[in-house]
Design a protein around this ligand. Structure first.
Ligand SMILES: Cc1cc2nc3c(=O)[nH]c(=O)nc-3n(C[C@H](O)[C@H](O)[C@H](O)COP(=O)(O)OP(=O)(O)OC[C@H]3O[C@@H](n4cnc5c(N)ncnc54)[C@H](O)[C@@H]3O)c2cc1C
Length: 430
């Protein structure tokens, strides 16, 4: 199939073209940093909006609406005279021709930046991939929201054992996402089930968090991990560490030790892999589908192509940097300086990541935060978590609305959004 060369509306500018694939934390930060620089900047993304992934779990559990954590690219770039946005799915790249092949046509570049993020890793288990739910995008978050609300409604028609299976929610993976989702489900059980589904006893809903390693939040200190486990157990979440999921057929989850759980809803947050697109030499891809780069974020084996964020595996680290937002943002800042140094023919020191800490929230007044040697937990950590997430959101209106939703939830003990407007059909989504 032949593809037409896409016009970007920036042809009148006498500057080199930088194509950025992906408007996540890395891509959108780089775009902002290259405004009014002597470069034509083309941002390509499959969505027409940026997603603030750290709050996806709140959309999935009905605390926030999708629009609160997304921001349209076109609004963001409307005043940027050297930036264009094109919505398209990138299929592959051709480093020889210096082109990007997309669902909408071909883009040519002088410099290419891959910022395509990551995707859920099921470690080759296709049955799990088919039946478990994921939390990487707004549409997946809405699927989870509809799925649990549908199960609540269905439970009204079921008798004891069937009802238990419908209300047995399993979260796999004890990283920050798994912990946050489990905590949010526990709050729903306490506040929503008891008030709005009174016929269903609260004891009939079970939340189980399964982690293959010896503790949850393995990237945090042992103390924070212990505190998080205590919080979860206090909230009625069953935490199973040192357990590995073997298979799940949509009804029954089987662990490696042979034990079984009947459940209709499994949320998989047990792994991510790079979202690299096709077209690079074979040796450029790491085992985890990231793109191997040098310390200058230059993708190995090709010319004038850079990678940043989750998709980049910088070779100064044995397995690349962690797949977290601060790495993506810092790399984008650094790459903007690199482009400026190229234009001005100056040299620049390689990228170095400055780790400012980690945080996870478990529920109302319950969070753990680590800034270097400083450790916070409970209410103080919860306030820090809320403040950091609020200021990191894109758009003043989003910040205001999220703050409003959080305040409403805090005082009313109710999640804000409880409509099944987009029914989830497991069979259809396979
Ligand atoms: C549920 C969840 C919770 C998280 N919580 C935290 C947290 O609390 N703290 C933290 O630091 N990190 C957190 N992370 C990780 C953090 O969100 C990522 O590290 C960060 O988003 C990486 O930024 P990125 O720019 O590399 O990729 P992304 O933000 O994933 O952006 C990638 C972009 O590329 C686009 N794209 C991908 N492939 C294509 C293609 N082929 N064609 C066109 N467009 C494409 C996507 O649409 C997307 O807009 C969380 C992630 C998830 C999923």
């Amino acid at each position: 199939m032949t593809h037409a060369l896409v016009s970007t509306g920036l042809d009148h500018l006498p500057f080199p073209t930088v194509v950025i694939i992906g408007g996540g934390f890395a891509g959108i930060t780089l775009v902002q940093k290259l405004v009014h620089k002597p470069l034509k900047v083309i941002l390509i993304d499959r969505n027409n909006f940026h997603t603030f992934q750290p709050l996806l779990y709140q959309v999935a559990t009905g605390s926030l609406a999708p629009d609160n954590i997304g921001f349209p690219f076109r609004r963001k770039i409307s005043n940027m005279s050297n930036v264009a946005f094109r919505k398209a799915e990138v299929e592959s790249i051709d480093p020889q021709e210096k082109t990007v092949i997309t669902s909408k046509g071909v883009f040519s570049y002088d410099y290419l930046v891959l910022a395509t993020g990551s995707k859920t890793n099921f470690y080759g288990n296709s049955q799990l991939e088919k039946n478990a739910m994921q939390l990487k995008s707004i549409s997946q978050a809405l699927d989870i929201r509809s799925a649990f609300l549908q199960e609540f409604e269905n439970a009204m028609y079921l008798q004891d054992n069937e009802r238990m299976a419908a209300l047995n929610f399993v979260v796999v993976g004890g990283g920050p996402t798994g912990v946050e989702v489990s905590g949010a489900l526990a709050e729903i059980r306490k506040n929503i089930l008891t008030q709005e589904y009174k016929e269903v006893g609260v004891q009939q809903m079970h939340i189980t968090l399964i982690e293959a390693g010896p503790r949850v939040l393995s990237g945090f200190s042992e103390k924070s991990s212990e505190v998080a486990t205590e919080y979860l157990e206090e909230m009625g979440v069953r935490v199973m560490v040192n357990h590995r999921v073997k298979k799940y057929n949509g009804e029954k989850l089987v662990l490696e030790d042979g034990s079984e759980l009947l459940t209709k809803t499994v949320i998989w947050s047990a792994g991510v892999m790079g979202g690299a697109v096709e077209g690079f030499p074979k040796e450029t891809y790491t085992k985890n589908n990231r793109l191997s780069t040098d310390a200058y974020l230059r993708v190995k084996g090709v010319q004038d192509i850079f990678a940043m964020g989750d998709v980049a595996s910088v070779d100064t680290e044995p397995t690349g940097h962690p797949m977290i937002a601060p790495v993506a943002i810092q790399q984008a800042h650094w790459l903007s300086l690199y482009f400026q140094s190229l234009v001005q023919s100056q040299s620049i020191a390689p990228f170095v990541f400055h780790d400012k800490g980690s945080m996870a929230t478990i529920g109302r007044n319950k969070a753990v935060v680590e800034f270097g040697p400083l450790r916070f937990q409970g209410l103080v950590a919860w306030y820090i978590w809320m403040f950091v997430h609020l200021v990191s959101l894109i758009g003043f209106k989003n910040r205001l609305v999220v703050l409003f939703h959080w305040a409403m939830k805090y005082f009313s003990y109710k999640n804000v959004i409880h409509l099944i407007v987009r029914p989830y059909d497991q069979k259809k989504s396979l």
